[in-house]
Design a protein around this ligand. Sequence first.
Ligand SMILES: Cc1cc2nc3c(=O)[nH]c(=O)nc-3n(C[C@H](O)[C@H](O)[C@H](O)COP(=O)(O)O)c2cc1C
Length: 227
Amino acid sequence: MSNINVLDAIKSRASKRKFLDKEVSREIQEKILEAAQMTPSGANMQPWVTYAVSDKDTLSKVGSSIIEHIEAGGDVDQHIQYYPVNWVNPYKKRRIVTGAGLYKKLGVDRKDTQTRQDMWYDNFRWFGASTVFFVFIDKAMIDNAQGALIDTGAYMQSIMLAAREFGLDTCPQGSTTEYGKIVAKELNTPDNLALLYSVVIGYEDKDALINSYQPERISLDKNVTFI
Ligand SMILES: Cc1cc2nc3c(=O)[nH]c(=O)nc-3n(C[C@H](O)[C@H](O)[C@H](O)COP(=O)(O)O)c2cc1C
């Protein structure tokens, strides 16, 4: 266990996309999830419902079902729409710059659709990590309201920051959101649950070039107004 301060945890968190084949112990998983339980939520609703999956066969089955579905030409199969349907600037541009920066770092050509497809599929191989937290919500919580989505977003960050305390890294995944119904089916979750996202958690491969990618942030004057 490291002794990391809050700002260090926030600033050292980065999405990692290659992990060592090293287990995250049940004890550490519980410590992280116990800390994340302290995430605030409106009226203390605590709307997150988490499946912490480390069983290799289960992870492989969930991932391969998604990849097979895509390979068969299947469309997204989701409970919620994460990304905007119509992208507008400046978000569209930020998305393009971020993606292009990653491919550039790895020397992947824009037209190399095969490699790009394979990198996308790596999401469903969980980037080699041995644990994935799949976070669901009761559909009743989001039928006519969006507040609980705010709470579950904060929960995601709590997990990712708590992970830093144990020298662990993470990658949040909206890729699984797009195939949430397949995840739900494979995990045999109750019908009332909708998948919001997953978080891959593990020990990063420090030698992997992909893990050195750090997309830039905009400056405060772009999105903060001090009055
Ligand atoms: C809700 C959410 C979903 C994301 N989905 C994916 C994903 O499916 N695959 C992936 O590689 N990165 C995913 N990311 C990571 C973002 O690309 C990343 O957070 C962003 O580029 C900033 O980089 P950083 O996390 O390294 O600071 C996601 C991030 C969030 C918050």
